[in-house]
Design a protein around this ligand. Sequence first.
Ligand code: NAD
Length: 340
Amino acid sequence: MPKSYNIAVLKGDGIGPEVTEAAIKVLNAVQESSQNLTLNYLYGEAGYHCIAEHGTNLPEKTIALIKRTHACLKGPMTTPETPGAPVSVAVTLRKMFTLYANVRPCRSFPRVESLKPDLDFVVVRENTEGLYSGAEFELSPGVGVALRIITKEASLRIAEFAFKLAAKRKKHLTYVHKGNILRITDGIFKDAVKEVSLKYPDIKLDDLHVDAAAMQLIKKPETFDVIVTTNLFGDILSDEAAQVTGSLGLAAGANIGETYGMFEPVHGSAPKYTGQNRVNPTATIMAASMMLEYLNEKDAAAKIEKAVIDVLTEGKIRTADLGGSSTTNEMSNAIASKIS
Ligand code: NAD
């Protein structure tokens, strides 16, 4: 039966438009080869470049557009760092649509240098609270406070998600915290994981302090299957894991809630490379694959993954981050041409 989906596309800032267009090119190749799959792209404005014109990085019109779609493909966006500036679009959307699970697969790819061969694990990061709550204030001049909000409700929800994922994989879950120092907030998180674990007796469960986890990701990354952790720890560990397994240019992430999913590269807008046609579009292309998987279009998702692996295995087209000199366009053309 033909399936048709509305996809919100937010191209973003910096290298965002280049890598998002690359992913659309590959999605179009998938549509052409699939016959019964239609993707209607609804392009929305969001990001730093919107602020001057709209006074916000996420105009109401874009929010309304997103609400008419089944999923969102999002390019990276630049977030200003001055106090009082608009909050990151990714953070706003994650909260607005309760996209509570940030899922970042970390795997080795053929002929891509990684710290160890055959790595395959996933970082599941709580996506709606923690230090990303952005609740900060200056108590007195020169004394700043940031609130790290951790709730039982959100911790149970992310733990449940991580256990379900581990059950489908190698049945091993590691929860990462700093409970020796953050006894109340990470105490709540730890208790929630342990409570949910009672429902999953077949899953091997262990835990690590975040500093030890950062070290273990370098020393023995092959020992991980699914890692679950709070927001900022997950952000840091998944960037580290992306480099351990190859390059930020290959790492994709999903933001999943009960009724909506948003898919994006793990990397940011890399402003210094804007418009140079030199960055790796694969992370966004893999994000598009994760989006199709979420929409239950598993064959279409697999086509993208296979095309990426074919191009990397051949090794003829490689962007600078992978030690080559191919352009963004050459990489996306090569991947699109392998879709069949
Ligand atoms: P970044 O990920 O943009 O860039 C860090 C470095 O990673 C780059 O200099 C480059 O060497 C490399 N890199 C990133 N993407 C690459 C790609 N596709 N191919 C090859 N190499 C790549 O991180 P940053 O410099 O910390 O942040 C820049 C901006 O991006 C900031 O404004 C930040 O807030 C924003 N950001 C946005 C998101 C998002 O929209 N979800 C995520 C992270 C950072």
